[in-house]
Structures are given as structure tokens and as C-alpha cells.
Design a binder for this molecule. Structure first.
Ligand SMILES: [Zn+2]
Length: 250
């Protein structure tokens, strides 16, 4: 084992559950005083509570689900803040934040992402003019069927950025939802990917290519940075694409 799970469970129980379970987060959790208890802020507070207590191993990531379709991730990262290499650095950061009297909205080196899930249904046919009918059948199997077939796709996106102290959010959810709705859901939902989406006229609409097309559409979201896109085609297949890809068409 990397670490004793029983010990981890005890830390979680003591630091998180006893503080937050069945509490009014605005008033009963001292660490959230003066902050809006958004998923982003709560995930960060949980990180700050857990990280110093985990002596064996290292806390890699905290993911907090507010619902099945909304979650926040918190982890250490050298980008956007000083890379914290030791517990001493971390203590110094916290002490400095304490001295400045500012709410610790940004602990150096901590990165926070907002995750959101969406769903759409679409049909496609996996087939390319570049191959013969036999080769298409061999490569794509039943998916090369000329009549196509459909999937209930699940799209998961993660965005990062500064947590606005006024709202406690990286990006306003209504803004994010309406952008994704317009750029992706309205375009793909109940459509034939091959026939109705220009990008797939000459590109096979595999889920890999779907991920790339969705990144191209969503990286233009002006209010946060697109970190990644994951598309689940079936419960057995999901594909992920880094939203920070450079050099692709805009
Ligand atoms: Zn398919």
C-alpha cells in the first residue's frame, strides 16, 4: 500500500467529515468564513485541511462533487504560482497569507479546476473514402454500416482560472453552460455528425476526433482556460484531450 487506508479514513473523518457533514457551510465552518461556499472554495479548503495532515505519501488531488454533473479539482502545480517543494514552503505561504490579512483565496502553487458534465445524443458512421469498402469494414467493423448508429455521449470539461473573490467561482456557471450549449450541444445533439457537422465532412467522427473538435470549439470560451475535454461514448470507451494544445486551427 502507498499508505494505510485506515489512517487516511481517520484523517478524512476528523478533518473534513466532522467539520462539514450536516453543517451550514456559510456559518459553521471557520475555514470558510468570509468566503462563498462554492465547490471551488470548499475543494480548496479541504485540500488545505488534508495536505498538512498526510505525513506518509503526498496528497495528489482533491476532487469534490457538488452533484454528478458539477465538481471541482484542487492540486499542486508549478504553473500560476510558485512551485511549493516542501512543507516548509507551504507553511511560509500560509503564514504570509495570514499576515496580509487577506482571505486565503490563492495559496501559491495551488491550482483549481471546475468540472462540468453535459450530455448529447448523436449518430455517426465510421467510414473513410480513403479506404476500400473491405478495408473500412475491417478497420471499423459494424461501425462502418452505411446506415450509421447512435450514441448517448457524455461530455466532461474542466476549466481553470482565478477564483473570483466576489463570487467564489472560476467562471459563472450560467456563462459556461450557455457557451457549451451554443457551441457544442445545439450543434451535435440529435444530429448526424457526418452529415450535419462541417468538421466531419472529411474527417471520420470517431470519439478521438470528436474530442479534438470540441476542444477547438470550447477553447474560445473567454472567461476561463480550457484544461481538458473528456468524451464518453459508451461505458467502456472514453477519450480525453488536453485543452491546452497549441498550433491547432482557431
Ligand atoms: Zn459509434
Amino acid at each position: 500500500m502507498v499508505l494505510d487506508l485506515k489512517e487516511l479514513k481517520e484523517i478524512l473523518e476528523r478533518e473534513v467529515m466532522q467539520r462539514m457533514d450536516h453543517r451550514f457551510l456559510n456559518y459553521e465552518v471557520a475555514e470558510l468564513k468570509g468566503q462563498i461556499p462554492t465547490c471551488e472554495n470548499i475543494a480548496r479548503v479541504i485540500w488545505e485541511l488534508l495536505e498538512p495532515k498526510i505525513k506518509k505519501g503526498r496528497l495528489h488531488r482533491v476532487r469534490l462533487y457538488e452533484s454528478a454533473d458539477l465538481f471541482a479539482d484542487c492540486y499542486r502545480n508549478g504553473v500560476g504560482g510558485r512551485l511549493v517543494q516542501s512543507r516548509e514552503d507551504y507553511r511560509t505561504d500560509l503564514a504570509e497569507l495570514g499576515r496580509s490579512g487577506a482571505a486565503p483565496l490563492r495559496v501559491a502553487g495551488l491550482k483549481i479546476e471546475l468540472g462540468r458534465r453535459y450530455r448529447f445524443a448523436a449518430s455517426h458512421r465510421l467510414h473513410t473514402e480513403a479506404l476500400s469498402e473491405e478495408e473500412n469494414a475491417r478497420v471499423f467493423g459494424k461501425c462502418a454500416n452505411p446506415y450509421g448508429h447512435g450514441h448517448n455521449y457524455m461530455l466532461e470539461i474542466s476549466v481553470s482560472g482565478e477564483v473570483d473573490p466576489a463570487t467564489g467561482m472560476i467562471a459563472n456557471l450560467a456563462d459556461l453552460d450557455s457557451f457549451v450549449e451554443r457551441e457544442v450541444i445545439e450543434v451535435f445533439d440529435h444530429h448526424s455528425l457526418n452529415e450535419d457537422v462541417a468538421a466531419f465532412r472529411n474527417v471520420v467522427p470517431t470519439t478521438e476526433n470528436l474530442c479534438i473538435e470540441i476542444v477547438e470549439r470550447l477553447k474560445r470560451f473567454p472567461k476561463a482556460n480550457l484544461e481538458r475535454v473528456r468524451v464518453q461514448e459508451t461505458t467502456n470507451n472514453s477519450f480525453e484531450y488536453d485543452g491546452n494544445q497549441k498550433g491547432s486551427a482557431s
